[in-house]
Each structure stands twice: as structure tokens, then as C-alpha cells.
Design a binder for this molecule. Structure first.
Ligand code: NAD
Length: 252
């Protein structure tokens, strides 16, 4: 692999929820570009280990970094330990997310709380501790995984859409706050991507979405990872506070 193809050589990245789906593809893509990738996961150690094995087999480097992003304390402790151990933390990809769908009138309080804690609270807490190391280095890249439903809306996803719209607001606020330290903060808003999250959709819902997507197909995880790969690259140094849609034209 040529030097030009490894723009993240020497950098350290943390990807939350990296054991499967989009996070796993992002972890692979960043490792392929030369970064040491810390693979965060909550419970599925086997999947996280297999992600790391894939990275190492491809000649990349990484490590495991288990914690629950929805916990009040765990992210700060784990990320501070990672930054200390590696001596730096250049990239944070806030990818971990959950969907707990349900119509408003029957929506349970505990589902609302947990969706907020994981999707929004997780990104906030991880950014808060990562930004400390990045600010000292006067360099950093934070990318938040939003969703097309943040702007489009979706029946049965009020909690999820609220967290993703919140993430986009947080992205813009942190972009302004951290710009003076050369830390960029952006979001990627995928449409319907072929992952375990969307595999759970009923067949009719899947067909209805497909009919609305101009490119006529679901997106793939490497297509989302490529967008993240651009935003965390040194070349994206003048892009901050942006939400990059990767949705096949579903919503603009
Ligand atoms: P996924 O469910 O396949 O993966 C999510 C990952 O996050 C899993 O590995 C899960 O274990 C992890 N996770 C969940 N809660 C966690 C916690 N508390 N702490 C640590 N890790 C936790 O989902 P995906 O489809 O790969 O989605 C990844 C991100 O992209 C999510 O933020 C999701 O909202 C967003 N997204 C996905 C789609 C899609 O079509 N798949 C579309 C738009 C946005």
C-alpha cells in the first residue's frame, strides 16, 4: 500500500459501537488508512475480537476498548485510559446507537430515557473527554453518526429522530466551540443502509423505503465509512459543522 493511501498513519482513532454494522466498516476503513483503531463495544466481545482480527489480517493495528456509551462514568475512564496509553487521540467517531421504535401513545418512559442516554448522551460524554486530549494537541476530528430521519422524520421513531436531530445541533455547536483548537466536528447522516439494524424492518416497510430511494437500493456500510474517512482525513481540514447525507437521494 502506498504512503498516500495511508493518510492517518501514526494517528489514534476511537470508533464507538464498532463490533458490527457501520461502526465495523468505519473501523476497518480507518485502519486501512493507517490509524490505530480502538474498537469500542458494549457486550459482544467475540464480534469485537473478530473485527480486530480482520484489521490485523489486513495489516492494520488496533485494540479493544469496552464500555457502555450510555453510562455516566465509563466512557470518561476508558477514553482517558486509551489516550494515556496511546499518547494521543486524534479521531473520535460517535457511531454507537440504538433504535427503540414505538408509537407515541404507547411509548415507554424507559425506552425514551435509554435512547437519549445512548444516542445523545453517549456522543456528548465521549466528545467531552476526547476533546480534552485533542485540545492539548491542537488537532482533532470528531464525526457523529446521525440519520436521515433527523431531518425527514419517521412515524414510530420520535425518540430516535429526536436524538439524531439533537446530535446534528450538537455537531454544529461543538464545531464552533472547538474550532479555535483546530478540532473539526461533523456528522454523517446515512439513509437506509444494509445492516442488522435495518434487517429488523418488516418486509413491507423495506419495500416502501426502496421505492422512495432515487438510487433504487439500500446503501452499504463501506459507502458510509468512505464519507467518515473523508471527514476525518487531513484533507477535510476546512470542513466543520457539516452534516453529510449518504442516503441515495432519499432526502435532501
Ligand atoms: P447496529 O445496531 O448494527 O450497530 C450499532 C452498534 O452500536 C452495535 O455494535 C451495538 O452493540 C453498539 N451499541 C449500542 N449501544 C451501545 C452502548 N450503549 N455502548 C456501546 N456500544 C453500543 O447499527 P448500525 O446500523 O451499524 O448503525 C450505526 C450508527 O448509524 C447508529 O448510530 C445508527 O443510528 C446510525 N444509522 C444507521 C442507519 C442504517 O440504515 N443502518 C441509518 C441511519 C443511521
Amino acid at each position: 500500500m502506498s504512503i498516500e493511501a495511508r493518510p492517518l498513519e501514526g494517528q489514534v482513532a476511537l470508533v464507538t459501537g464498532a463490533s458490527r454494522g457501520i461502526g465495523r466498516a468505519v473501523a476497518r476503513a480507518l485502519a486501512q488508512r493507517g490509524a490505530f483503531v480502538a474498537i469500542n463495544y458494549r457486550t459482544d466481545v467475540d464480534a469485537a475480537r473478530s473485527c480486530l482480527a480482520e484489521i490485523e489480517e489486513a495489516g492494520g493495528q488496533g485494540g479493544l476498548c469496552p464500555f457502555d456509551v450510555g453510562d455516566a462514568e465509563a466512557p470518561a475512564n476508558a477514553i482517558a485510559a486509551l489516550a494515556k496509553e496511546q499518547g494521543r487521540l486524534d479521531i473520535l467517531v460517535n457511531n454507537a446507537g440504538i433504535t427503540r421504535d414505538g408509537l407515541l401513545l404507547r411509548y415507554r418512559e424507559e425506552d425514551w430515557q435509554r435512547t437519549l442516554e445512548v444516542n445523545l448522551g453517549g456522543a456528548f460524554r465521549c466528545s467531552r473527554v476526547a476533546a480534552r486530549t485533542m485540545a492539548r494537541a491542537r488537532y482533532g476530528r470528531i464525526v457523529n453518526l446521525s440519520s436521515v430521519v433527523a431531518s425527514m422524520g419517521n412515524a414510530g421513531q420520535a425518540a430516535y429522530a429526536a436524538t439524531k436531530a439533537g446530535l446534528e445541533g450538537m455537531t454544529r455547536a461543538l464545531a464552533r466551540e472547538l474550532a479555535s483548537r483546530s478540532i473539526t466536528v461533523n456528522a454523517v447522516a446515512p439513509g437506509f443502509i444494509d445492516t442488522e439494524m435495518t434487517a429488523a424492518l418488516p418486509e413491507e416497510a423495506r419495500a416502501a423505503y426502496l421505492a422512495m430511494i432515487p438510487l433504487g437500493r439500500l446503501g452499504s456500510t463501506p459507502e458510509v465509512a468512505a464519507a467518515v474517512g473523508f471527514l476525518v482525513s487531513p484533507e477535510a481540514s476546512y470542513v466543520t459543522g457539516h452534516v453529510l447525507a449518504v442516503n441515495g437521494g432519499l432526502y435532501t
